[in-house]
Ligand binder design. Structure first.
Ligand SMILES: NC(=O)c1ccc[n+]([C@@H]2O[C@H](COP(=O)([O-])OP(=O)(O)OC[C@H]3O[C@@H](n4cnc5c(N)ncnc54)[C@H](O)[C@@H]3O)[C@@H](O)[C@H]2O)c1
Length: 263
């Protein structure tokens, strides 16, 4: 008997990084998973890894753009149909851009808020009827250490992640009596598509001293592909706990997974 046998879980951001690691971990623990993402190539890579582990028969890939309302409406409906209901949603999809705040164009600000914050809201809104059909259900949203601790040149991203944290607290109260738990993970310094791309986003004249606060205190070369970064599986394991009965009394809060960067 696996911890997540019979669990039906939708994971966004399933094509890369933490979302991909989460899909693989949930499958390993027995869940049936719909992995959703805007990247078809990345979804194929996730499915190939599941096939290597012998779990691909419980994975369905779903193209979705969480920043597009119609895509989310159709995608969540498809996920619910595929799984025959929904026990948990993991909202890992997100984007990061780094700019000087005074040079941030409105359309970039809007895009970051649209995907990260509004996209999380849309997926939750569409999933709620299926989640609330069960006596117990879980929403795991992705905040970030940037929501509570300053990250340079990432004001829009940080604001979107702070908003996700507030949104998560609100729905934890609103639906707790119906058995729905809503929790944020707040990762930091995890090797992924986002962190691999960050140096390319940081302004050319950036003051790199401002990044000095963003270093884990734990050794990172043991488990990860890159020094100074944690492995996505470190977050995936926490999410597996949160959607399982081991997380049964956790709601309306954040779990920080940052190697002690902000200890
Ligand atoms: N890596 C870190 O250190 C870190 C720290 C804090 C928070 N996070 C959060 O973790 C989550 C996962 O990111 P990651 O670090 O694994 O990066 P990643 O880039 O590897 O994964 C993000 C995934 O989201 C998908 N995505 C982007 N826009 C989308 C859209 N409109 N619709 C559907 N899918 C979309 C991407 O295609 C990608 O597969 C994000 O919400 C990110 O903000 C990461």
């Amino acid at each position: 008997m696996n911890r997540l046998d019979d669990q039906r879980i939708l994971v966004t951001g399933a094509a890369s990084g933490i979302g991909q690691a989460t899909v693989l971990r949930l499958l390993d623990e027995g869940a049936r998973v719909v992995g959703a993402d805007v990247s078809a190539d990345g979804l194929a890579a996730t499915a190939a890894q599941a096939a290597e582990r012998g779990t691909a028969d419980r994975l369905t890939s779903l193209p979705i753009d969480i920043g597009d309302e119609q895509s989310v409406v159709a995608g969540v409906r498809s996920a619910v149909d595929t799984l025959g209901g929904l026990d948990a949603v993991v909202n890992a999809a997100g984007i990061l851009r780094a700019t000087h705040t005074e040079q941030t164009p409105l359309d970039l600000w809007d895009r970051i808020l649209r995907v990260n914050l509004t996209g999380t809201f849309l997926v939750v809104r569409e999933a709620l009827p299926a989640l609330l059909a069960n006596p117990r259900s879980t929403v795991v949203n992705f905040s970030s250490t940037s929501a509570a601790f300053a990250h340079p040149y990432m004001a829009a991203y940080a604001a979107s992640k702070g908003g996700i944290q507030s949104f998560t607290h609100a729905i934890a109260l609103e639906f707790g009596g119906k058995g729905l738990r809503a929790v944020c993970v707040a990762p930091g310094s995890i090797k992924s598509g986002i962190t691999d791309a960050t140096p390319g986003y940081v302004p050319a004249d950036a003051d790199w001293a401002l990044f000095a606060k963003l270093s884990p205190v734990l050794p990172t070369d043991l488990e990860s592909g890159g020094a100074g970064m944690g492995d996505p599986s470190a977050v995936a394991g926490v999410i597996a706990m949160l959607v399982s009965s081991d997380g049964a009394f956790i709601t309306g809060t954040e779990i920080r997974i940052d190697g002690g960067t902000h200890a």
